[in-house]
Write a protein that binds this ligand. Sequence first.
Ligand SMILES: [Zn+2]
Length: 261
Amino acid sequence: MNLVPRKWHLEGLVCGLRGHSVPAAGVSELRPQDAGLGVDLPDGRRLARCTRCDAWHEVTAPHPAASTDLGDLHALHVPRRGEELREALVMRIIAIDKAIHSILFALAAIALGIIELKLGGLHTFANRLLNSLNSSTTQPSSSSVTHWLHRLAGLRRSHLQPLLFGAVAYAVLEGVEAWGLWRERTWAEYLTVIATSALIPLEIYELSVRVTALKLVGLVVNVAIVAWLVWAKRLFGARGGRQRHDRPDPAVLFAAPGAAG
Ligand SMILES: [Zn+2]
């Protein structure tokens, strides 16, 4: 039972997925200094506060083998919350973006590999179609169909292999970035910033040739990823360099009412 109705917040969403973190539910005795985390009511019920979302819950009596009390409140484990939790969520979103890229590059590599294997047959097919189109018209056709058939007939392995190599390399690179970002590794943050930044000039050039909504969105997303990682993760010495989040002292965060300070 959630006794404190709260408007939507990220901590509540994470608790909905992972369950609440209620340390006061697991101890046999609540001391006066634990009143910010759990309270035993005169009627025998116990109310316990979630250390992630701050909601109070009515909990069942702890197991007889439960630990005696909450111990040193300064050393209490507190799940990620606030800014630290929001950062972790953004990292996961970037990791998913990179994983999708990795899958798309892998699919492109598979398609290029199949085209390379079937190149002889594709040449025969394109030439046969071009011949039949030319024999059925008195003037050479300039439609987009014949344009693409000419390109297919002229396609060589030397054209395909660099593309295939590039697609495989990017599938691996983006996959490694996704894995490292999901695991919140610092090397993955640097790798993502360097690899994503390296693509930005190419994306700008592509936009200068032809503007499409997809290219524009891709550029904006990549610039946002680089800017956010450098700023939020303090990479390359940004905002005074890397430092861990100042985790609040649990004894202060969950101080018993009237005992603050
Ligand atoms: Zn919770």
